[in-house]
Write a protein that binds this ligand. Sequence first.
Ligand SMILES: Cc1ncc(COP(=O)(O)O)c(C=O)c1O
Length: 308
Amino acid sequence: MSIPATPPVAQFEGGCVFIDGAYAPLSEAKVSLFDWGFTRSDVTYDVATTWKGSFFRLDAHMDRFFSSLQKMHLAIPYSRAELREILHGCVRAGGLQDGYVAMVCTRGVPPRGARDPRMAQNRFYAYALPYVWIASREKQLAGIDLHISERQRISPASVDPTVKNYHWIDLVQSMFDAYDRGHDTSCVVDAEGNVTEGPGFNVFAVKDGQVFTADRGVLEGISRRTVLELCGKLDIPLHVGPLPVDALRNADEVFLTSSGGGVLPIGKIDGKPLPPFPGPVTTRLYEGYWALHDDPAFNDPVDYGSEG
Ligand SMILES: Cc1ncc(COP(=O)(O)O)c(C=O)c1O
């Protein structure tokens, strides 16, 4: 399938979707009621970001997306180079500098009455919106209050967490657990009581200058990977293994990682303050994360053309 010519800059001010092989305004964002992506969460996706007009680690996001597609028996009618062009096109047409850029593939709509997923034609969607933060700036400054929910993340034996998925009922319900108790956001555990992840982020603990994060039951976040690499570069001791709830409760520092904000320091665990906030290790990783946004090796500038 071919893709349309490069769209004009800011053709659709404020964001752009790519549906049915064409760029369109956000008002045309829709999926069929009969798409299994909607009725069965039979979908995979990825979210990259642009910062000051440049994609951050786009290759890593595309690698993860293509790997997820393969694991899900899904396919898109575009090559990697075409996918890149579409994502750039969405940002360009949406007139965005700091963007949230999603690529989505659903199972699609099988012929009426058919129950065999192989009979469905997979559907590809992409869109670019203004950058989305996991928490508002005010919350970040005040110190995000993280609730450790007793709710379990869907088992990795059922749904492969390394495939970025829409199985979010556990995560969304854990957010209500947090709100009901007066906290800002939440993370969930696994069957053994280890901390896994939260709605849109991985979780890290720092104890005695050493960094700990879960090795299982989590999406291998691209921001998580960036932090793991930074620990190596900055000589910060790192442990990737089971992360017991008590390790989080007794940590000196806790932070989240997400494309929606990079390294996000946590101010309180279940209402209990974590002084100092933000802690020294978190601060080094936060600064390292944002410094990489000026490193050409991690960036893919959007072509805004002569109009940009
Ligand atoms: C469940 C879950 N875990 C972790 C993450 C963090 O991944 P990344 O750093 O690639 O944004 C996300 C991102 O949306 C997520 O949805």
